[in-house]
Design a protein around this ligand. Sequence first.
Ligand code: IMP
Ligand code: MG
Length: 193
Amino acid sequence: MTDPGTDEAVGGARLEDGSEVGRVIVSEADLQARIAQLGAAVTADYQGRPPLLVGVLKGAFMFMSDLSRAVHLPCEVDFMAVSSYGSATRTSGVVRIVKDLDLDLLDRHVLVVEDIVDSGLTLSYLQRYLLARQPASLEVCALLVKEGQQRTALDLRYVGFTIPPEFVIGYGLDVAERYRNLPAIHAYDGPRH
Ligand code: IMP
Ligand code: MG
């Protein structure tokens, strides 16, 4: 199969409306290789205390799916959905819980699975929110961290890739709800809706 991200004729993924899909920032192969490493690290670190993986929707749905299969422990899985107030491509740090967790966190080893940390304000809010529920431990696994953008100190136990501070799409990440289904992370070359 041809990697859609390497098709130079369209400069990006082969989609009908592919003009907005820019160069590959992290390829599908690199994503999968790194996620296998992250899964192995989580498996080793959580021996004897299987984690509750908490995915942050919608962006983390694909990462959660791949990471959870790379963790060889009887872990639990839950999701929450948040939306941050602000424009489509700029976060305000004020977070609204759209869907809360189904499981109780008390005495569980919680590992938050996040798609991307930009300003870090969303995650910082979430960490405070989840800590108030008294988990036995709380750690974060973020697939992507944008270099030099964080406006708050964050303790990220696991990080997939540090990327340049530009807007990216694919592998769960959207612009106006599109492009989440791309298998790689791409730069976004279209208008900021
Ligand atoms: P933060 O609060 O600034 O760290 O932003 C966190 C959230 O904004 C992420 O969980 C994403 O949902 C979204 N986000 C930040 N940067 C990007 C991007 O480059 N592409 C798509 N979504 C992004
Ligand atoms: Mg997110």
